[in-house]
Write a protein that binds this ligand. Structure first.
Ligand SMILES: [Zn+2]
Length: 232
């Protein structure tokens, strides 16, 4: 079996399955994943220290999707994230382009440049890829899979880039809408306007509902276990 085909089967489990992103984990389970995107801003970087401080002090695991441009602008912050064992770091492309409009070699360059920066951090890297703007198609997911990356979407957009949603509304919405296996999106580049303020209530509200907060890799592993149970 040729390498890319084997990788494809490995990632998607079935020769018949169209390559598709991971949207959420096991609905019958009680695990949810908080994810934080570091999209580049006009200045390249941007950082919301309060989010990371809260996650660390409350011992809350999380997955961060870092763009290459962001990492180049915020090298110290990227290293800080990599050094925290609660966190895992995935690929959010290099320059945050509309990848579905690009040819395969250019997509590969975007993903590989970011993988090199993640690898240089020395820790924390997870083989996960989140497409910019939530835009994906089977070709993009296939190219990512050839590079060993699982494409991660979400089933719950917090809405935190909207400055019109205050912390109370943000917390209420996320806690109410979360389901077993949910992958929830926030922003850590300073463009999540009320994220840090809402986060303590979100984390305690989700825990009150009986959810365990995990990283995306843990959700993936849990849904693999659920899928093999269902096949038995
Ligand atoms: Zn983004």
């Amino acid at each position: 079996m040729k390498g890319p085909v084997f990788l494809f089967l490995l990632c998607f489990g079935s020769a018949l399955a169209q390559p598709s992103p991971f949207f959420h984990g096991d609905r019958a389970g009680k695990e949810v994943a908080l994810t934080f995107d570091a999209c580049p801003t006009r200045s390249g970087g941007g950082w919301d220290e309060e989010i990371v401080l809260f996650l660390k002090t409350s011992r809350t695991p999380a997955t961060f999707f870092l763009s290459g441009k962001w990492m180049q602008s915020e090298p110290a912050k990227a290293r800080e994230l990599a050094q925290e064992a609660l966190f895992e770091l995935g690929n959010h492309s290099f320059s945050h382009p509309h990848l579905t409009a690009m040819v395969d070699p250019d997509i590969r360059k975007e993903l590989e440049a970011t993988e090199r920066l993640l690898a240089a951090l020395g820790a924390g890297r997870a083989p996960l890829f989140r497409p910019p703007f939530g835009e994906w198609d089977t070709r993009l997911v296939g190219v990512a899979a050839q590079l060993g990356l699982t494409t991660i979407q979400y089933d719950l957009a917090s809405g935190d880039p909207d400055p019109g949603i205050d912390a109370r509304e943000l917390a209420d919405y996320v806690v109410r809408q979360a389901k077993g296996g949910s992958v929830i999106v926030f922003h850590v580049n300073g463009r999540g306007w009320h994220t840090a303020e809402a986060l303590p209530e979100i984390v305690s509200g989700l825990r009150r509902r009986g959810f365990t907060l995990v990283r995306v890799s843990d959700l993936l592993a849990g849904s693999d276990r659920a899928a093999s149970r269902n096949r038995e």
